[in-house]
Design a protein around this ligand. Structure first.
Ligand SMILES: [Ca+2]
Length: 323
């Protein structure tokens, strides 16, 4: 079955880089993949406009030029916020994916996400790297404060997790992937994921090691690209397992309880103070249900220091009507 047959032609017209995702009730989460996604539960969301692609380096650079925004990853932590921390750790940094030389425990993402001083959105691999050849790649190393500032400047908002997942499914409720049930229909890679033994060796069979230009792979049924693979994306929700939120299908994200946020903060402060610098515990999405093509594991964690995290915005409710 070809990609064009796999994906229903429900994508609407693109207006200002956004498409309309019809609202409705869908089954969110999964009982067959990551434990934190269970239990699968029905959720109802209203329709919304959402960016067809993640925000690119060029778009983020325009925002920075206009606002002179300095990202969290470019800012030295305030020693007052981290009593007892070693001064040499209180430097601007972000976490960079560095493949370990040999097989490691997959239970600890620190085995591949490595704090690198001087890594930020302009230097995604650390000092000496640049985005010069990547204007069309998604911006990365953005923390929640950066995401919120960007969205505010753009006059938009960040989607909730439920909105994001509905959009990612592309009209295929219950499908294994955003494009259907086959990882590579007709042998075609549908997203920038990981091939080879994670996290040691990425063969880049899909054409890219690391990030790829926004929209380089086929869009889903709503006309949205990169909803699987490439980079993680922020959502507006605070982190908690679905067991806690399954009952709260229609609760606005910002009204949900935030207890787990504090738990994760405590854990990270005691472990590695510097790693907590920019850890607003929002949920990030974009790497679930990849099967063998998984881009990264786990798909989300409670602490979210900036790394391969990007932005996708939606129009504020009530500001733009459905087509
Ligand atoms: Ca790849």
């Amino acid at each position: 079955m070809g990609a064009s047959e796999t994906i229903p032609a429900v994508g609407g017209m693109v207006v200002d880089g956004m498409v309309w995702v019809p609202g409705g009730t869908f089954v969110m989460g999964s009982d067959r993949h990551y434990p934190e996604e269970a239990p699968a539960h029905p959720v109802t969301v209203g329709g919304f406009w959402i960016d067809t692609c993640p925000v690119t380096n060029a778009e983020f650079a325009r925002f920075v030029r206009k606002t002179r925004h300095v990202t969290v990853g470019e800012t030295a932590p305030d020693p007052a916020d981290y009593p007892g921390a070693r001064p040499d750790l209180l430097v601007p940094f972000s976490a960079v994916f560095i493949a370990p030389r040999h097989r490691v425990s997959l239970a600890n993402p620190d085995n591949w996400w490595t704090p690198v001083a001087g890594a930020d959105w302009r230097h995604p691999q650390g000092p000496g790297s640049s985005i010069r050849s990547k204007p069309d790649h998604p911006v990365v190393h953005v923390a929640w404060a950066d995401v919120a500032a960007y969205a505010s400047w753009a006059g938009k908002e960040i989607p909730t997790e439920a909105e994001w997942e509905l959009a990612a499914r592309g009209g295929l409720d219950g499908a294994e992937f955003a494009w259907g049930d086959e990882l590579t229909p007709d042998g075609q890679w549908m997203a920038n994921t990981w091939q080879g033994e994670f996290p040691v060796s990425d063969t880049g069979e899909d054409g890219y090691r690391g990030t790829s230009p926004a929209g380089a792979y086929p869009a889903n049924g709503y006309g949205l690209s990169d909803m699987i693979g490439n980079v993680w994306e922020w959502t507006a929700d605070w982190y908690e397992g679905h067991a806690a939120t399954a009952h709260a299908c229609c609760t606005p994200a910002r009204e949900r309880r935030r207890g787990n946020d504090l738990d994760s903060r405590t854990a990270w402060v005691s472990a590695t103070p510097a790693m907590f610098i920019s850890s607003p515990s929002r949920l990030r999405r974009g790497s679930t249900r990849h099967g063998d093509g998984e881009w990264d594991q786990p798909p989300r964690r409670r602490n979210t220091q900036p790394h391969d995290l990007c932005i996708r915005t939606r129009s504020p409710r009530g500001t733009r009507r459905r087509p």
